[in-house]
Design a protein around this ligand. Structure first.
Ligand code: NDP
Length: 345
């Protein structure tokens, strides 16, 4: 089940999305042994235009048509967030491996159903939390594991930016599609922190705001504090409304701090600095390889039975449950224990 007969992994794209066009399709094209086959869009016309402009042979008229194409091994699901669960479950039941965009779903229950469908079908399910293989974050992980900053006691993550003009659609205006900065960005922060610290989030307390960019019922700004199982405190600040703050991730340890600047990004940009008392020295992060090519390489390898995707389905469930706990904490004005959160099943 977990290998393709000719060794080539063929990708079908569920959703004529910006992210597929900008990152996943170019990555699939660049990775040897990987091939893009076709796209399914809910609009025939958009699908055909998308296929032509992205070098894909096929534009499928329905999801069922894509899923019954024996040429397709992997479904990359990058529709709006409300559609992920249903489409990923259908793909798994059709025997396709699934790389699903974050957030996996809008509820933990749906996300768990996706994992169950993939397990039952014996297919690989991954979540597209790409930051784990960013050269900067991967370097920070190595340094933490090598004890470069001693015991980590605190962390700060921020992705407070002005939302790009071309992304100012359902993310701002459509709660039913899964709008809001928490599901869009905080899930990535949570995954990066879980990865770097090797700990789960125990408890969250958060405030959200609508600062006028998003529709009235949608948060476009959040500040949250997480308490990890290991006792570390982590602050998160994400926004669509802050033009000049940039992005960053800092890990503060007993013998030093790692300062990552512009590291919560889709491209291999940014820098890492090691700070000890007042001394600040740059860290060599190595080759600046395209992050999404690593994601595709690791997913292809998992399909061939070698290892796991960069982030698994379980990782996607964990980041979603923390994101939902953040929202609930903000709505209810109280700290929420992630394991007790009613939105987690
Ligand atoms: P888009 O808004 O570009 O696409 C989402 C859906 O919107 C498409 O599937 C498409 O439907 C529909 N759509 C696209 N263009 C139009 C149009 N002109 N008119 C009407 N509908 C249109 O979304 P993104 O690429 O920004 O995000 C897609 C997914 O990827 C989301 O789940 C998001 O969270 C995730 N994402 C992940 C990132 C990461 O860092 N891992 C970064 C950015 C996004 P149809 O397919 O039916 O044509």
């Amino acid at each position: 089940m977990n290998s393709t007969p000719d060794g080539v992994v063929n990708w079908g794209f569920v959703g004529a999305s910006t992210w597929a066009a900008r990152y996943l399709i170019p990555a699939v094209r660049a990775v040897p042994g990987s091939r893009g086959v076709g796209v399914f869009s809910s609009s025939r016309e958009r699908g055909e235009e998308f296929a032509a402009s992205n070098g894909l042979e096929k534009a499928y008229a329905s999801l069922g048509e894509l899923l019954s194409d024996p040429e397709v091994d992997v479904a990359y699901v990058s529709t709006t967030n409300n559609l992920h669960a249903e489409q990923a479950i259908a793909a798994a039941r059709a025997g396709k491996h699934v790389l699903c965009e974050k957030p996996l779903a809008l509820s933990v229950e749906d996300a768990r159903a996706m994992l169950a469908a993939a397990a039952e079908a014996g297919v690989v399910l991954g979540t597209n939390h790409h930051l784990r293989v960013a050269p900067t974050i991967a370097t920070m992980k190595r340094l933490v594991e090598n004890g470069a900053i001693g015991e980590v006691v605190a962390a700060r993550v921020f992705h407070a930016r002005w939302l790009l003009e071309e992304l100012q659609t359902w993310r701002l205006g459509s709660p039913e599609a899964g709008a809001g900065v928490v599901l869009d960005v905080s899930v990535h922060d949570v995954d990066a922190i879980r990865f770097l610290l090797g700990e789960e989030v125990a408890e969250v307390t958060a405030l959200t705001a609508n600062q006028g960019l998003a529709a009235a019922a949608v948060e476009d700004s959040v500040m949250a504090v997480l308490r990890m199982d290991g006792g570390q405190l982590v602050s998160i600040h994400d926004a669509f409304t802050v033009p000049h703050a940039g992005t960053g991730l800092e890990l503060h340890g007993s013998t030093g701090s790692l300062i990552g600047r512009e590291v919560i990004m889709p491209d291999p940009v940014g820098e890492v600095l090691l700070r000890r008392e007042d001394e600040l020295e740059p860290v060599d992060v190595g080759e600046r390889y395209p992050i999404y090519e690593r994601v595709v390489e690791r997913f292809d390898a998992a399909v061939r039975g070698d290892g796991e995707p960069v982030a698994t389905g379980e990782d996607g469930v964990r980041s979603l449950e923390v994101a939902l706990a953040i929202r609930r904490s903000a709505a209810e004005g109280r700290a929420v224990a992630v394991s007790d959160d009613a939105s987690r099943t």
